[in-house]
Design a protein around this ligand. Structure first.
Ligand code: ZN
Length: 111
């Protein structure tokens, strides 16, 4: 993911409307590019901070920690998606294999 793409997705990340397809690239870029990470932090703090001040002014809050948690959550979801796609491929291969095996069995019965 390029920096301008990342920056364009920040508002979606902040209001939690980021599409899952972007999770992996977004988290990866946030980890690798400190400039964009700073940009993300500023947006996130402004948005979440304002909401939080309105909602629960009395409570202490840890926005940086929350941002970190959110990035981790997205990373886990992206990871799960990846594992699922690998799993689906394995299932597909197994399905093909069992189809081939049953064809072989039929052929060997006929012979
Ligand atoms: Zn960047």
């Amino acid at each position: 993911m390029k920096c301008n793409e990342f920056v364009g997705l920040i508002p979606h990340f902040v209001d939690d409307s980021l599409e899952q397809i972007h999770y992996e690239g977004f988290v990866k870029h946030a980890r690798e590019c400190s400039e964009c990470k700073d940009e993300l932090e500023i947006h996130y703090m402004v948005q979440v901070g304002l909401e939080r001040i309105e909602e629960e002014a009395a409570k202490s809050f840890d926005i940086e920690g929350e941002l970190h948690n959110r990035l981790q959550r997205y990373e886990r979801i992206a990871d799960k998606q990846f594992k699922r796609s690998v799993y689906m491929k394995i299932v597909l291969v197994l399905a093909h294999l069992s189809a081939i095996i049953s064809v072989v069995q039929v052929v060997s019965v006929l012979l």
